[in-house]
Design a binder for this molecule. Structure first.
Ligand SMILES: Nc1ncnc2c1ncn2[C@@H]1O[C@H](COP(=O)(O)OP(=O)(O)OP(=O)(O)O)[C@@H](O)[C@H]1O
Ligand SMILES: [Mg+2]
Length: 295
């Protein structure tokens, strides 16, 4: 059984429903951050979910939060002990709900790219730039950049598309000082994760971080981190230069949608086969990266 939506019956107010997470406000400083099993492809959420996906993403994020040398938004408390009124919703919350600090979000998707692919590859082919940054080297598709680069995008309102912007435009949004700090921090975090993942057979081609600021203006890592939903993971075994790589997790779903002329359509239900295959890939990524068995 998958969990595609949560309902806490107004015990705490629902603040927002993202593509994957339901977010409840516990108090003005604290959020309950619940990862459901929803999955989206081509910007549309499927009708049914991938069993356990939310739990896998939660565990993987927790792994990276522990691994990365930066303050993060987690409040490490047992939610059911701290809020006994949540006990009645244990079946919806167990292993997928985290208490997090509600922070002032920096309005940027802090994306770091280590390999050239996707929209960056398209732009480079046209203009030898990536997010308008000139790229001197001759690169082929999926090649590693000599240095990872900061390629921000805007954080669009719900339902809108994020827009790729140049680091200069990001500076205009958050100021030069903060922008430099974001870029430096994100590249360091990415490099550390990338080097680790490589030893586990996974290439992290790129990833998206989000940051908040606390009352003392410290940079805090928020949201989810280094999951298949926020990153491009490639299987190092199948990596081949000069072509696009299969994405680790959503490839089955995307191929199935395109082959059945369903890409971008609303109200699509995935077949059991697609659900199971996708679930296996999420588990595989989790197990390879953490070295732990899933359940
Ligand atoms: N500590 C935090 N404080 C406040 N908001 C946060 C915090 N951490 C993450 N968020 C926000 O919570 C949301 C996470 O939900 P989810 O991942 O489902 O959304 P999304 O699909 O990425 O975005 P959208 O809201 O556009 O659908 C994001 O909008 C993220 O910016
Ligand atoms: Mg998200």
């Amino acid at each position: 059984m998958s969990l595609t939506t949560t309902d806490l019956q107004n015990v705490f107010p629902l603040l927002s429903r993202g593509k994957v997470r339901d977010i409840y406000e516990i108090d003005p400083q604290t959020l309950l951050f619940v990862a459901t099993d929803r999955i989206s492809a081509y910007d549309v959420i499927m009708q049914n979910g991938i069993n356990d996906k939310g739990k896998i993403l939660t565990k993987l994020s927790e792994f990276w939060f522990n691994f990365l040398p930066i303050e993060n938004h987690l409040i490490k408390k047992d939610i059911f002990k701290k809020f006994p009124q949540l006990e009645q919703f244990r079946d919806q919350l167990q292993d997928r709900a985290l208490l997090v600090r509600k922070l002032k979000l920096i309005p940027l998707e802090v994306i770091v790219r280590g390999y050239i692919t996707g929209s960056a590859w398209k732009e480079y082919k046209k203009s030898k730039t990536v997010h308008t940054i000139p790229i001197e080297e001759d690169l082929v598709e999926s090649q590693e950049f000599p240095h990872a680069i900061f390629t921000p995008s805007t954080k669009a309102e719900q339902g809108e598309h994020d827009e790729n912007i140049s680091p200069k435009q990001a500076e205009e949004i958050v100021g030069k000082e903060l922008c430099d700090k974001l870029s430096k921090t994100a590249i360091e975090l990415y490099e550390k994760a990338k080097n680790y993942a490589k030893t586990k057979g996974i290439i992290i081609a790129d990833t998206k971080f989000e940051f908040g600021l606390d009352d003392q203006n410290n940079l805090i890592l928020v949201d989810e981190v280094l999951t298949p939903d926020s990153s491009r993971f490639w299987n190092a075994k199948n990596y081949e230069l000069g072509k696009s790589q299969d994405s680790y997790d959503k490839q089955f779903l995307r191929d199935w949608l395109t082959n059945n002329d369903l890409a971008g359509k609303e109200n699509v239900s995935m077949t059991e086969e697609i659900v199971n295959k996708s679930r296996e890939k999420y588990i595989e990524a989790y197990e390879q990266l953490t070295g732990k068995k899933w359940e």
